[in-house]
Design a protein around this ligand. Structure first.
Ligand code: NAD
Ligand code: UPG
Length: 428
């Protein structure tokens, strides 16, 4: 018999909302608290503020079944068996994780939850946070980091590669374990510090992989090799694996940049010179310059040509395909650099409907408007639908039919047939 728990979820963002909906699907009863009253109002109507496949259906079903409720009142957590902390931990001073929202929630919980309630941290937090929280709350606190990817959040939560539970206390560990009854995934039981570090170590390793492949792509260009064939060969080695070997405009999003900064900060504080990670971060910043240099060369035909007044169309603004998240998007960082050089930018992204924080980019709602009179198109996000665009028509609309494909998404031969001069990354 599976244990049904009364679960409190604090924070209704990508992690909190996904956890709440999926745990309700597993049969638990969920009360989800968020300080954002507007968000809570929309969630009560099953209006989902983020783009995550499957999430609207899960939230709608569980709301209707009475297994999921949203509130702004932390007091609603008085009788829950377990509380999941899903609060934001953005970059703070000098690269550390800013724990102010997290600490505020702890203060509120201290006076709210029952003495038997088990507290579980799902936010990504520095090593030692669970121990500090345990002292503040006067009870054991479990570290149970989340590994879901944006755009695949529901799938990743319900089919995780692993579930990590870091606990010092046996009962707390058992309660945290029971949350996931019904999921078929390897479980790793460890101490809170190891669980906390495992999360940062995983994200930092993913960042390393992409920085490696981005620099490799440049080497391929210089040596006349094709990066797709090089990484294709590497990826067939099980020790390397084929994931995270696609060159791009740089890694971004709400997690990899902030988590690498936080881990570097923690390493420095601990007196560890984490050079390989520091270099991966530097390489990622350099990748933005590489892309700008490539666009300049493609559009002006010279390494020092001026982009002033040049009209460029951007395809993709989010940090990757399948999400509406613009946080730390390399596409927007590249746009800012191009705009600083005087380029006039229009942008289209199937995930971005409102003109929010787009800097100098004028958002248009169809790709043909991006191509119209453009001196070049820059593909920055790997939305699959960009492959299916009417490229011959876009070539007609553009002032000059040039495309810089920063995701190696398009078929160079097809683009040439459509009339485009094509530039990819690391392709000969
Ligand atoms: N986004 C991801 O893909 C992802 C994946 C794994 C782990 N994480 C980690 O999970 C944590 C949360 O990330 P996220 O992307 O879900 O954040 P988010 O910004 O999408 O959501 C955080 C939510 O917490 C709410 N909030 C802030 N203070 C609160 C308080 N005192 N009480 C109640 N609610 C409060 C905010 O209003 C917001 O709705 C971070 O530590 C992040 O690093 C994120
Ligand atoms: O081959 C690749 C793979 C990824 N990226 C880029 O790397 C960034 C990160 O991508 P991804 O990891 O899919 O994004 P997130 O949804 O932020 O997920 C990461 O960050 C989450 C928050 O911590 C973790 O839970 C996930 O496991 C971890 O993959 C994006 O800019 C991608 O475009 C590439 O350029 N090439």
């Amino acid at each position: 018999m599976r244990e049904r728990l009364r679960v409190g979820v604090v924070g209704a963002g990508y992690v909190g909302l996904t956890s709440a909906a999926c745990l309700a699907e597993l049969g638990h009863t969920i009360t989800c608290v968020d300080v954002d009253a507007e968000k809570v109002g929309r969630l009560r109507e099953a209006e989902i503020p983020i783009h995550e496949p499957g999430l609207p259906e899960l939230v709608g079903n569980s709301l209707a079944a009475g297994r999921l409720a949203f509130t702004t009142e932390h007091a609603a957590l008085r009788d829950v068996d377990v509380v999941l902390l899903c609060l934001p931990t953005p970059t703070g001073q000098a690269g550390t994780a800013d724990l102010s929202a997290f600490d505020l929630a702890l203060t509120t919980l201290r006076d709210t939850v029952s003495p038997h309630c088990v507290v579980v941290i799902k936010s990504t937090v520095p090593v030692g946070t669970a121990e500090r929280a345990a002292a503040a709350l006067g009870r054991p606190v479990v570290s149970n980091p989340e590994f879901l990817r944006e755009g695949h959040a529901v799938h990743d939560f319900l089919h995780p590669d692993r579930i990590v539970i870091g606990a010092c206390d046996e009962r707390a560990r058992e309660v945290a374990d029971a949350l996931y009854d019904g999921l078929d995934a390897p479980r790793l039981h460890t101490d809170p510090a190891s669980a906390e570090l495992a999360k940062y170590a995983s994200n930092a390793f993913l960042a390393l992989k992409v920085s490696y492949v981005n620099e490799l792509a440049e080497l391929c260009e210089r040596l006349g090799a094709d990066v797709t064939d090089v990484t294709g060969t590497m990826g067939l080695d099980e020790r390397i694996g084929s994931a995270f070997l696609s060159p791009g405009p740089g890694w971004g999003g709400s997690c990899l940049p902030k988590d690498t900064r936080a881990l570097l900060h923690a390493a420095a504080e601990a007196g560890v010179d984490f050079t390989v990670l520091a270099d991966a971060v530097t390489a990622n910043a350099r990748q933005l310059d590489r892309v700008v240099a490539k666009v300049r060369q493609a559009v002006t035909g010279s390494d020092d040509g001026s982009l002033s007044g040049v009209r460029l169309g951007l395809l993709g603004l989010t940090f990757k395909a399948g999400t509406d998240d613009l946080r730390e998007s390399p596409a927007l960082a590249i746009a800012a650099r191009l705009a600083a050089e005087g380029a006039q930018l229009t942008g289209y992204d199937p995930g971005v409907r409102r003109a929010a924080d787009l800097g100098e980019v004028q958002l248009v709602d169809e790709p043909s408007l991006v191509a119209k009179d453009a001196a070049g198109l820059v593909l920055l996000t790997e939305w699959p639908e960009f492959r299916e665009l009417d490229w011959p028509q876009l070539a007609q609309l553009a002032e000059r039919a040039t495309v810089v494909d920063c995701r190696n998404l398009l078929e160079p031969g097809e683009l040439a047939q459509a009339g485009f001069t094509y530039f990819g990354l690391g392709r000969c």
